[in-house]
Design a protein around this ligand. Sequence first.
Ligand SMILES: [Zn+2]
Length: 245
Amino acid sequence: MRIVEVAGGVHLVTGTNVNWVVLAEGSAVTLVDAGYPNDARALLASLDALGHRLEDVEAVVLTHAHLDHVGGVPALRRRRPLPVLTSHEEARHARREYLEQMSVPRMLAQGGTPQGRRWIAQTLRAVLPHASARLREVTGVPFGEPLHLPGAPVPVDLAGHTPGHTGWLLPQRGVLVSGDALVTDHPLSARAPGPQLLPSAFSSDEPTMAARLQALRDLPVDVVVPGHGPVHRGPLAAAIDAALG
Ligand SMILES: [Zn+2]
């Protein structure tokens, strides 16, 4: 686990090849995403390392309902019945009214390189024996309205990686938590670290993802906090151009 402060009260935490965000306002906390199932202990440890207790966490908000972003939620909710929020569409995905996630055969097909085999091994270790995560209680929220939660995150439409994929804008801090719509690195990436899209195999609709990113390019954002890879500092429009170029 690695923790980096990206802005006042905003910490990026990296678990098993995936990030979550501890968004604090005083002692109160909103978590953005929750890592893989077996990142749950690291998730709790990250709160502890930042001087918070689980009782300080008021909610978990999700970028999307893939296993590497919701995996820690059941373990958290067993300890404390936290509300979980995301866009209306992604809430359906989290409830598993449908599943848009890389299939196991497609995952194993990544094993043609040493890099791919290492990623598969790390992923299995982070997941097993919890191969699925269906969240029964998830609240859908509309895009564009700040939530009454610590840090007042604003859900923004970044569909494409999944049909309801949601970015979380922190307007006062100039931060966009971009989830998997815009990342900066991944174990399977062929690119050097920097703004980029995930390898195509991971996303359900890349043209939509590109269009949604373009629609946000003029937001006053100069810190991009991705679902995978390190924080990126610089204007959002330039980061989007680099990713799509
Ligand atoms: Zn991911």
